[in-house]
Design a protein around this ligand. Sequence first.
Ligand code: NAD
Ligand code: WQD
Length: 338
Amino acid sequence: MKILLAGGAGYIGSHTALSLLNSGHEVVVVDNYDNSSPESIKRVEQLTGRSVTLYEDDVKDKVRMLKIMQKEQPDCVIHFAGLKAVGESVQQPVRYYRNNIDTTLTLLECMAETGCKEIVFSSSATVYGAENSSPCHEGMPRGICTNPYGWTKSMMEQILQDASVADKELSVVLLRYFNPIGAHESGRIGEDPQGIPNNLMPYVSQVAVGKREKLTIFGDDYDTPDGTCLRDYIHVMDLAEGHVKAVEFCAHHHGTEIINLGTGQPYSVLDIVNTFQQVNDVKVAYEIGPRRAGDLPAVYSDVHKAERVLGWRAKRTLADMCRDSWNWQKNNPNGYKK
Ligand code: NAD
Ligand code: WQD
């Protein structure tokens, strides 16, 4: 199959491109490098020995997207293109709504005009909100989001669902990712956050490599076994392989299917820090700080539907995730920059 990856040069997109190529699919990437660089795709090509058709374009630009879709005629689109920093979305809500919603509408319009009927969407566990308790399963109604980023995901899910009700030939898979971490085991591609990382694992890695002084753990007084928050961390290569299954499923399906991609196994912030130190034999200095606004004590997935519908389950362990994150960080202390 030929798959168009909107936002495919980013963290999850580049790992998915690699898995798709290794599974024999053709890959077209459209990215404006708002939060990435073409270097990730260059490395994917080196790792796979396959080539990727790469367009530097804004997915919101309908004129350009239509030309690309007409020329490439992809069988399926995976929509990764989005802004994803929760705190920034509170400061710049209009930019987040404009980018995330517009990319989705443009892709749907271009698909309708070129006859492409399959779309896999990068959604997030954040849409479960605080109302649903873990393990979160796909039958639960979406909750109240605590930030504009979360609302964009919730709204985009609704838009895609509505589109599939109106067009009975449309096949939509909404993948709700939990907490992706890790990197390809080669250490050649990985997560390359700009500026101070928002997420736990890149922060931990940057402390270990000496770029940041210490990690602040946001609260140790939660009602959890060690007092720190529980999350469902998933290796990005497991996530990438989940996308290959989702794309293949999408080809034989109509309507909307919502699927969690997680491991179902919660770990605490201290589990991450301790495992990272142990597996990699490095020190991660940390202090306990106040809770971060909006954090929930425990968020993890029910994984049964992914197993049943996609025949997929995460295989890699927390030790694998910590080892591969460190392998990427120590070999690329400045990310994709030289
Ligand atoms: P990322 O920032 O590394 O990748 C997103 C890519 O989209 C980047 O390469 C960026 O340049 C590109 N992009 C953004 N707006 C664009 C536009 N208008 N036109 C063209 N390209 C554009 O992020 P990621 O971690 O790879 O996440 C991919 C998707 O998964 C995002 O939609 C994100 O919201 C979602 N998601 C991520 C996580 C996570 O923790 N990483 C969790 C749940 C969901
Ligand atoms: C994980 C845990 C923090 C940083 C976010 C988004 C979610 C999804 C994934 C996109 C929490 C703690 C973190 C630090 C810490 N993204 N922490 N010190 O908040 O679970 O989810 O990314 O869809 O929508 O909200 O991930 O990595 O920020 O935090 O103690 O410096 O680590 O409190 O318990 P989160 P995270």
